[in-house]
Each structure stands twice: as structure tokens, then as C-alpha cells.
Design a protein around this ligand. Structure first.
Ligand code: ADP
Length: 187
């Protein structure tokens, strides 16, 4: 049997986690052995749930770098799910390729763009080597049209371009926006 990579990507609230959970649940119904990974900063090797914004969840394992997927992979695993791939190191591209070459089905979910609307981390490379890509959309919080971007708000105002991609401890929030209503302050 040959493996392959499939990706569900899009902005925040586009249903990436929901879609990942749906596919993994169906694999389990088909009696396939599934393992789910998710990057985290502090809870090394601990169990963690992959949770969608509508409250749906599936049990996963926290990893702090992409190599840990190979270390934690069990012999009989047939399907590997990875959520929030944008936060993983570039090594994840090679890991996904290796797993698919070994015959596994690899399902990844993550943000395609950061709050600036620019390609996010390793996601673009993973998309390039995936067999199947679903680009999901959310609902724009300004006009209701399909949202392809994630708006970062700091104290309710659009974030500046030069702010770090990952801000710790700021009063920030995110909402889905279409291209027209996505704002990034410059200069
Ligand atoms: P993602 O993983 O892409 O962030 P989730 O799967 O966690 O998305 O959540 C998707 C759910 O978020 C939707 O089913 C819906 O209930 C909820 N939701 C909240 N805000 C929005 C929005 N602006 N557009 C679409 N869905 C939204």
C-alpha cells in the first residue's frame, strides 16, 4: 500500500481542526491505528487534546520538535494526524515525506498564512509535496464573505506588520477576514 500526504489549511476558524478530527475519526471507524501530534512549548511528551472551536476533540500527543514524531511513532500506526503544523520546525517537511514513503497516510492541518497574510512556517513546503490539499475558508467577521486571512487585533486595533509572529502575553485577539477587510498597519 502506498502512503500519501493530505492537508487541510486556511485561516483561523476555517474548520481545520474540525476537518482533521473528522478524518481521523473515520480512520478509526475503519479500524486503522491512528496517532495524533500537536506542537507545544512546555508540555513535552504529555497527552493533549486536539480541540476545535466548536468543542469537538480527539486525544493527541504534544511534541516540541518534529523529530519526536519519529521517536513516538508506534510500529502498527497507519494514519498520522498533525495539527498546527505552522508552529513546527522545517524538519516536519522531511518527516511527512518519510512517513508517506513508508506507506502511512499523513493528514496535516494548519495556518497557510500568518497575521500579515504571508506564508507561515513550513506550511507552504508541505503543501507543495502533498497529494491532496483542501484550502478551507471561514466567515469574514466584517462582511460575511469567505474569509481567507487571520486578522490580528491588539487592544481591538489591527496589528502592525513588524510585530513578532508569536506574541506572548499581549492583549491580542484574532478574527477571520476576507482579503478586502484584512488589515495590517505598516510604517
Ligand atoms: P480552525 O482549526 O481552522 O481554527 P476549528 O475547527 O477549530 O477551526 O473551528 C471551526 C468552528 O469555528 C466552526 O465550525 C464554527 O463553529 C466556529 N467559528 C467561529 N467563528 C467563525 C468564523 N468567523 N467563521 C467560521 N467559523 C467560525
Amino acid at each position: 500500500d502506498h502512503g500519501y500526504i493530505e492537508a487541510a489549511i486556511g485561516p483561523m476558524y476555517s474548520g481545520k481542526s474540525e476537518e482533521l478530527i473528522r478524518r481521523l475519526r473515520r480512520a478509526k471507524i475503519a479500524k486503522q491505528k491512528v496517532q495524533v501530534f500537536k506542537p507545544a512549548i512546555d508540555n513535552r511528551y504529555s497527552k493533549v487534546d486536539v480541540v476545535s472551536h466548536n468543542g469537538d476533540k480527539i486525544e493527541g500527543i504534544c511534541i516540541s520538535n518534529s523529530e519526536e514524531i519519529l521517536e513516538l511513532l508506534e510500529d502498527d500506526t497507519e494514519v498520522v494526524g498533525i495539527d498546527e503544523i505552522q508552529f513546527l520546525d522545517r524538519g516536519i517537511v522531511h518527516i511527512c515525506r518519510t512517513l508517506a514513503n513508508r506507506g502511512l497516510r499523513v493528514i496535516v492541518a494548519g495556518l497557510d498564512m500568518d497575521f500579515r497574510g504571508e506564508p507561515f512556517g513550513p506550511t507552504p513546503e508541505i503543501l507543495a509535496i502533498s497529494e491532496f490539499v483542501d484550502k478551507l475558508t471561514a466567515v469574514c467577521m466584517v462582511c460575511g464573505n469567505p474569509a481567507t486571512r487571520t486578522q490580528r487585533l491588539i487592544d481591538g486595533k489591527p496589528a502592525r506588520y513588524d510585530e513578532p509572529t508569536i506574541l506572548v502575553g499581549a492583549k491580542e485577539s484574532y478574527e477571520a477576514r476576507c482579503r478586502l477587510h484584512h488589515e495590517v498597519k505598516r510604517g
